[in-house]
Ligand binder design. Structure first.
Ligand code: C2E
Ligand code: MG
Ligand code: MG
Ligand code: MG
Length: 282
């Protein structure tokens, strides 16, 4: 193979880039048919109320099981889906599926669905979400849209108009991965968010790093001043759990408290959802 004949770094890098490009193209062409071939599914990771310990809802997360490759991580296929625009149809599928599943749950439980920046550029996003609510019968106030900060960078006026139309439907909007974007504070100020989700990176470092802990505290304080509840995502240890509760975080999520579950598993759990699940562990 001429590409790997070792004729210096330039050839090496170009071969590596070729391989990466090929991989992306392969993912792209396979992903295009993933919905039709029923390879996608949604799993649901519980969110807990910090004070009561009760499950307050679930975040819907997409899973892709390819017949040859097995499970492909969202951190691999979501970026490809965003670059190629495939996120629009699969994001629509995810929204309808999440609403359908959540409509079978108890009234009290919310469902959070991740919405990508690219989906915001399509004018029919609001109609699509309205129709997903309509078809499923899910009450709008039980739907939360998780939007990462980077989604907000382009076209702020259009984004704001879209967010206002979404809120007029009665759904809630959550700023996901807070603290990692370019202009967190101004985004919080300019857009009508209902909740802030602290990025996992701060939670995972807060036990070792005083500055990560300080940032977590500051975000929770900011939430209190703005009257916005704050969620801590990615809680993996008892130490992190203790800290975020001490700091006054309203909602909790993480592998320590509950991993993503299938539709069927949630259905079984919903029968016993009044148990303070995370306090019963350990
Ligand atoms: P995200 O929205 O910030 O979701 C949280 C991610 O952190 C999920 O990964 C979840 O499984 C993981 N997580 C939760 N708790 C813990 C923990 O305690 N430890 C660790 N190590 N991880 C934890 P997942 O499912 O792999 O998704 C990754 C990202 O892909 C999501 O980040 C979201 O940005 C995107 N994504 C997933 N599903 C969808 C979807 O349906 N639509 C869109 N647009 N994006 C999606
Ligand atoms: Mg999320
Ligand atoms: Mg997140
Ligand atoms: Mg995240």
């Amino acid at each position: 193979n001429a590409k790997f004949s070792g004729r210096g770094t330039a050839a090496f890098y170009s071969a590596a880039m070729d391989a990466e490009l090929r991989e992306r193209r392969e993912i792209e062409s396979e992903l295009r048919y993933a919905v039709l071939r029923s390879q996608l599914s949604m799993v649901f990771q519980p969110l807990f109320d910090a004070t009561s310990g009760l499950c307050s809802g679930y975040e819907a997360l997409m899973r892709w099981k390819h017949p040859q490759w097995g499970n492909v991580s969202p951190s691999v296929f979501i970026p490809v889906a965003e670059e190629t625009g495939i996120i629009v149809p699969i994001g629509e599928w995810a929204m309808r599926e999440a609403c359908r599943v959540a409509s079978t749950w108890d009234d009290g439980l919310a469902v959070a669905v991740n919405v990508s920046a690219i989906q915001f550029r399509f004018p029919n996003l609001v109609d699509m979400i309205a129709s997903a609510l309509d078809e499923s019968g899910l009450e709008p106030h039980r739907l939360e849209l998780e939007i990462t900060e980077t989604s907000l960078l382009k076209d702020r006026n259009t984004t704001l108009a879209t967010l206002l139309r979404l809120k007029a439907l009665g759904v809630h909007v959550v700023m996901d991965d807070f603290g990692t974007g370019y202009s967190s504070l101004s985004n919080l100020h300019s857009f009508p968010f209902d909740k802030i989700k602290i990025d996992r990176s701060f939670i995972s470092e807060m036990e070792e790093s005083d500055s990560a802990r300080a940032i977590v505290k500051a975000i929770i304080g900011l939430g209190k001043s703005l009257d916005l509840p704050v969620v801590a995502e990615g809680i993996e240890t008892f130490g992190q759990h203790r800290m975020v509760v001490e700091d006054g975080c309203e909602q909790l999520q993480g592998f320590l408290l509950g991993k993503p579950k299938s539709e069927g598993e949630v259905e079984i759990l919903s029968g016993i959802r009044n148990l303070p699940t995370y306090r019963r562990r350990g």
